[in-house]
Design a protein around this ligand. Structure first.
Ligand code: NAG
Ligand code: NAG
Ligand code: NAG
Length: 457
């Protein structure tokens, strides 16, 4: 069919829909008005008009629902309700969580964002009985930034079988455990339960949600270990379990998450070795795992996670040396290893990483000469921190331009170079700056300055 004919047909179809539109189902209309009255005081909803779907207001979306027979095919149904943030209806001070909304038979999306926020009027997160939800068509439920919403995650959530996106986030009063029934929501693509007060263990059954692409449980109080079953989530791209009370090791099954691009496990009680096979995570770009009592050497296999852009493993009791292999991570922009017990030299390979712009190796036991050239040091500038490694020193080329937090190497005694801020360091830098005058080539003056510097000391 030629395009023109197709578009004429489409226009005619739309016209016929409009012409044949019949008023809303009266029961559905009544439910909608009760929901609006429970939540919003924007206006007198009953006076807005006889047929809300016929002249929809902000925050309300209606659609004809196909497949309902000839007559009902042209009837408009409530498919989306959106509360909280302008231009959507704002919520009244005494807003109550309207579980009646779940009785709207064709509702696909329901949002409460910044809606329940009156500290003097907490309202419980409740759902109708499971039997009432069995025919729910809800695909997206978002309950976000509601400081006065309280209660637990209702077990009836498990009955919302059409859900693809479930967000219950930033509701500090929502506590308790995640219902095991969450494993029934086989269509879920995104599950975000971050920034609540959830406790208990992470249910293994989340591993049954095989379509999941995003899982965020960060900033709760989950305890226990990371379930092995999470490794079954082969579609998962983002996994964030940061800022909980998780303990034990990182399970080896995590290497089965072959679609992962973002993995965050910071601020937990995780310990021990990262599993072998991490380099199976071929698409991993962010590995963010700070503040855990790992207490082991760094795996050299980290250097084989070839797409890594950010590697953040600070404050985690890592010992031993920095693996040379990290110099293979050509996409690396950020490397944070500060506040560990790392010893030995800084691998020279790091200086060849052209995308690097943030490198923090402060507060370790590293020693030797810093292997970075002037171009590298200038590129990183203030984003390079080597302070708090008493055994590290830089040669003269670098200090002329930037302060990297370490002293200048003394001839024959590099290990005695002092940390940033000491009087000796400042003195030597001052000498160097005056000697070089800021315009001679660093390379030319190098032997002379080193010699003069150390004589003066
Ligand atoms: C649940 O369904 C029953 C039967 O249809 C109905 O009477 C009741 O009002 C519903 N309850 C809720 C909370 O929607
Ligand atoms: C973790 O557990 C400890 C002790 O059980 C508790 O004091 C702390 O608040 C918990 N942290 C989080 C983030 O829940
Ligand atoms: C490096 O980490 C330390 C924490 O140990 C922090 O105080 C400092 O600001 C960081 N430096 C840079 C450049 O990020």
């Amino acid at each position: 069919m030629p395009v023109a004919v197709a578009s004429i047909a489409l226009v005619l179809h739309l016209l016929s829909v409009a012409a044949a539109a019949v008023a809303m189902d009266p029961a559905e209309r009544e439910t909608l008005l009760l929901v609006m009255e429970a939540v919003s005081s924007d206006r007198d909803w009953r006076s807005v008009g006889p047929d809300p779907c016929g002249a929809p207001w902000p925050g309300l979306e209606c659609k004809p629902v196909p497949g309902g027979g000839k007559v009902s095919a042209t009837r408009l149904h409530v498919t989306r309700l959106d509360f909280g943030v302008a231009p959507n209806p704002t919520c009244k001070d005494a807003a109550a969580f309207p579980h009646l909304a779940f009785a709207l038979p064709h509702l696909q999306s329901l949002f409460f964002v910044n809606c329940f926020k009156n500290p003097a009027a907490t309202t419980a997160f409740t759902l109708p009985p499971s039997a009432n939800l069995s025919s729910s068509r809800l695909q997206q439920l978002s309950v976000r930034s509601n400081p006065s919403l309280s209660g637990t995650l209702p077990p009836q959530l498990a009955s919302l079988r059409s859900l693809q996106v479930l967000t219950v986030s930033q509701n500090a009063l929502v506590r308790g455990e995640v219902p095991q029934g969450i494993g029934e929501l086989k269509n879920l693509v995104h599950l975000d339960l971050s920034y609540n007060s959830l406790t208990g263990t992470i249910p293994s059954r989340i591993g049954e949600l095989r379509s999941l692409a995003g899982l965020d449980l960060s900033y709760n109080s989950f305890s226990g270990s990371i379930p092995n079953k999470l490794g079954d989530l082969a579609m998962l791209q983002k996994l964030d379990l940061s800022s909980n009370n998780l303990t034990g090791g990182v399970p080896a099954t995590i290497t089965g998450l072959t679609s992962l691009t973002f993995l965050a496990l910071s601020n937990n009680g995780l310990s021990g070795h990262l599993p072998a096979g991490l380099s199976d995570l071929r698409d991993l770009q962010y590995l963010i795992m700070e503040n855990n009592p790992m207490g082991v050497p760094l795996l050299s296999e980290l250097g084989d996670i070839s797409r890594l852009q950010e590697l953040r493993l600070a404050n985690s009791g890592y010992s031993g040396s920095i693996p040379e292999t990290l110099g293979r991570l050509v996409s690396l922009t950020t490397l944070s290893l500060e506040n560990n017990h790392l010893t030995g030299r800084i691998p020279a390979g790091l200086s060849r990483l052209k995308r690097m712009y943030h490198l923090n190796l402060s507060k370790n036991g590293l020693d030797g000469v810093v292997p970075f050239d002037g171009a590298f040091l200038r590129r990183l500038g203030r984003n390079l921190d080597l302070s708090g490694n008493p055994g590290l020193c830089v040669d003269d080329r670098s200090v002329v331009q930037v302060d990297v937090g370490v002293g200048v190497c003394r001839r024959g005694d590099i290990s005695s170079a002092t940390a940033e801020g000491s009087a000796a360091t400042l003195f030597r830098r001052d000498v160097l700056l005056r000697l070089t005058g800021g315009h001679w080539s660093a390379r030319l003056i190098r032997p002379a300055t080193v010699a003069l510097c150390c004589l003066l000391l």
